[in-house]
Design a protein around this ligand. Structure first.
Ligand code: DOR
Ligand code: ZN
Length: 358
């Protein structure tokens, strides 16, 4: 059995910088037409200048890899999000929008990796000035929605903030990033301007995979994995390709040493589309995979309107063919003198990627 996906999109991806960027980027660039690249670097990507430089660094890295490996990877489009820090002004946001940077990422201060420069007060006049400018400029607000409360209640507690923002800024598109709690799902129905990205790990794993046996730090991420009920409700959204939900892997690589010290993040970029095909096939939902990994995002983010590359995708799509055949996820991926452990490291999975047309 085979399936060919047209223009797969990963709407939430961490590529990091330096040597890590060079090692992890090809996994996504080979398989996806574009990805939303998260800005939580040190220092954060919180200006037009930094966003332009970061985008160029990603493109340069892809170019070097493509040249060295004689692989046509250049068709990958990095959609770099801006980090909402205290220093980002409405004027800077306007310059960003003019130059095609139309995604803004809000991290509540201290909520996750490299969020020290995030927003301490989401519901205050300074933040509202930014949201109002974003609304005017057609910028999409991507939110890591977690409170500072008890770890399993954080997303639920943030719900009040999603409601307030969705009501106050009805023309601002707001993305609930990596939705993880079944209690957040009704917000998608209640508010026209709320959408969500969904990871592979939140629809296939739960808290038992993290802490049910020996502690498995490779399954530690933020928002933390939740209950089987949450996993099932989110899986249903994915398998039905709910029109307000799209795929965003939140692949977030950390060195083995950093993971052992407790860094949050699951490196899921290796064999990602085969894993999705395996999952959708198992649940007789392969017919919905195209919508989940591409079509929904095209519509939600209106990509054809503001991403130049996307205008060519209809006539000249990036096609990724997957087939039902065994494929082993590597045990680890070397970066300088350290290692990364991918999701499902060393496991045989039932699908593999066989060819792509850029
Ligand atoms: O698990 C996570 N890792 N969640 C995030 O929000 C950030 C990410 C990272 O950057 O490592
Ligand atoms: Zn993330």
């Amino acid at each position: 059995m085979q399936i060919t996906l047209k223009n797969p999109l990963d709407m939430h991806l961490h590529l990091r910088d330096g040597a890590l960027l060079d090692v992890v980027t090809p996994f996504s660039a080979k398989s996806f037409a574009a990805a939303v690249i998260m800005p939580n670097l040190t220092p954060p990507i919180d200006s037009l200048h930094k966003a332009q430089a970061y985008k160029q660094a990603i493109k340069d890295s892809i170019h070097s890899y493509a040249k060295a490996h004689k692989q046509p990877l250049e068709s990958f489009e990095p959609l770099c999000a801006l980090y909402l820090s205290d220093s980002l002004t409405p004027q800077e946001l306007e310059s960003c929008a003019k130059h095609g940077f139309k995604l803004l990422k809000l991290y509540p201060k201290g909520a996750t990796t490299n969020s020290d420069n995030g927003i301490a007060q989401v519901l205050d006049s300074k933040s509202y000035e930014i949201f109002s400018a974003a609304q005017e400029l057609g910028i999409i607000l991507c939110i890591h929605g977690e409170s500072g409360g008890f770890v399993l209640e954080r997303e639920m507690e943030f719900g009040a903030i999603f409601r307030e923002l969705a009501t106050r800024f009805p023309n601002l598109k707001i993305i609930i990033e990596h939705i993880s709690d079944h209690r957040t799902i009704p917000l998608l129905e209640e508010y026209d301007n709320l959408y969500a990205t969904l990871t592979l790990h939140h629809i296939t794993l739960d808290l038992s995979n993290l802490a049910g046996g020996a502690l498995c730090h490779h399954h530690f991420c933020k928002p933390v994995l939740k209950t089987p009920k949450d996993k099932q409700a989110l899986l249903d959204l994915a398998l039905n390709a709910h029109s307000k939900v799209c795929f965003g892997s939140d692949s977030a690589p950390h060195s083995l040493e950093a993971k052992q010290k407790g860094a949050a993040g699951i490196f899921s970029a290796v064999g990602l589309l085969p894993q999705l095909a395996e999952l959708f096939h198992k649940h007789n939902a392969l017919h919905n995979l195209q919508a989940f990994v591409s079509d929904n995002a095209m519509k939600i983010y209106d990509l054809a309107c503001w991403v130049q590359a996307a205008q060519a995708w209809e006539d000249n799509p990036k096609l990724i063919t997957l087939e039902q055949a065994p494929y082993k996820i590597p045990e680890s991926i070397r970066v300088l003198d350290s290692n990364l452990t991918p999701l499902r490291a060393g496991e045989m999975i039932a699908w593999r990627e066989i060819e792509s047309k850029a």
